[in-house]
Design a protein around this ligand. Structure first.
Ligand SMILES: NC(=O)c1ccc[n+]([C@@H]2O[C@H](COP(=O)([O-])OP(=O)(O)OC[C@H]3O[C@@H](n4cnc5c(N)ncnc54)[C@H](OP(=O)(O)O)[C@@H]3O)[C@@H](O)[C@H]2O)c1
Length: 238
C-alpha cells in the first residue's frame, strides 16, 4: 500500500518503520510546519496515498480529520483527546465515502486488557471492592488522563455502575503504563499493562490500515479486531 502520515513525530516515525518492514511505501509524511491550516492535505497529495495515518495532537486532529473526510480518504487515527468531537467527524467520513479507524490505543495487549478489565469490573465491585486507575506517560504527553484511561474508566463504569478515580503521572520517557486496582479492607488486586515501547501501537495501526483497504465507514479498532478474530483464517497477531 501507499501510505501517508500526518504527524511526523514519535508515533509517525514508528509507524513508518513498521509499514516499511511490512512492504508498504510511505509516500509522504507531514510535520506541523508542513501542514499550516491544513494546507499540507492538498487533493494532489491525498490522491497519492491508499491510507493515511493521523497521529498529531489533540488540537490538530479534528481539523485534519475533517479535511481527510471531505477528500474520501481512508484514515487510521490514534490521536487522543478529541473524543467529544467523534460524532461530527464520523458523520463527515460517512458522507465523504471514506473510512476511519479510531482508537485511543492500538496495542492488541491493551485491547485484551480492556476485556480482562471488563470481566473484573463485573466481579469485584459486586463483592464490595472499590477501584482506581493510575496511568503513567512520558513528560511530553499533552492530554491527561490518557485516552486509554478514559476508555478503561468508561468500560468499568458501564460494567459496575461505578467510575474509578484516575491518577495521571507525566514523567521521563514512559511509553505508557495503566494500573487498575480493586481494593477491599482485606486485600487488593492489581492489573497492569505496561507498553515496552511504541512498536505495539504502530503494529496495530498498520494492521488497521491493511484491514480497511477497499472499505468505507467508521470503525473502532476493537470492532475490526473482534471481527477478525471471530472470522476464519484472519491474522491473529496485528
Ligand atoms: N492510539 C494509540 O495507540 C496511541 C499511541 C501513542 C500515542 N498516541 C497519541 O498519538 C498522538 C501523537 O503522539 P506522539 O507521541 O507521536 O506525539 P509527538 O511525538 O509530539 O508527535 C506529534 C507530531 O504531530 C505533529 N503535528 C502537530 N500538529 C500537526 C498538524 N496540524 N499537521 C501535521 N502534523 C502535526 C507534530 O509536529 P511538531 O512537533 O512540529 O508540533 C509532531 O511531529 C498523541 O495524541 C498521543 O496521545 C496514540
Amino acid at each position: 500500500m501507499r501510505l501517508g502520515i500526518v504527524g511526523a513525530g514519535k508515533m509517525g516515525n514508528e509507524i513508518a518503520g513498521v509499514a516499511r518492514a511490512r512492504g508498504h511505501d510511505v509516500v509522504w509524511s507531514l510535520a506541523s510546519g508542513d501542514n499550516r491550516e491544513g494546507q499540507g492535505l492538498s487533493p494532489d497529495r491525498l490522491a497519492l496515498a491508499d491510507a493515511v495515518f493521523e497521529f498529531t495532537a489533540p488540537g490538530a486532529a479534528v481539523g485534519n480529520l475533517l479535511l481527510l473526510a471531505a477528500a474520501g480518504s481512508r484514515v487510521v487515527c490514534g490521536t487522543t483527546g478529541w473524543a467529544e468531537e467523534l460524532p461530527r467527524v464520523a458523520e463527515a467520513f460517512r458522507s465523504g465515502g471514506g473510512a476511519l479507524v479510531h482508537a485511543t490505543n492500538f496495542s492488541i495487549g491493551m485491547r485484551h486488557f480492556l476485556e480482562v478489565a471488563r470481566a473484573a469490573a463485573g466481579l469485584f465491585p459486586r463483592a464490595g471492592y472499590s477501584s482506581y486507575l493510575v496511568e503513567e506517560h512520558h513528560a511530553a504527553k499533552r492530554d491527561a488522563p490518557s485516552g486509554t484511561a478514559r476508555t478503561l474508566s468508561a468500560v468499568i463504569e458501564k460494567e459496575s455502575g461505578e467510575r474509578p478515580s484516575v491518577v495521571s503521572v507525566r514523567a521521563g520517557t514512559v511509553p505508557g503504563l495503566h494500573r487498575l486496582v480493586f481494593e477491599s479492607p482485606e486485600d487488593e488486586v492489581e492489573l497492569i499493562h505496561r507498553a515496552r515501547g511504541r512498536a505495539g501501537f504502530a503494529k496495530g495501526a498498520v494492521w488497521a490500515a491493511e484491514r480497511i483497504a477497499g472499505k468505507s465507514g467508521v470503525f473502532e479498532f476493537g470492532e475490526l479486531l473482534s471481527a477478525d478474530l471471530s472470522g476464519t483464517g484472519g491474522a491473529r497477531t496485528p
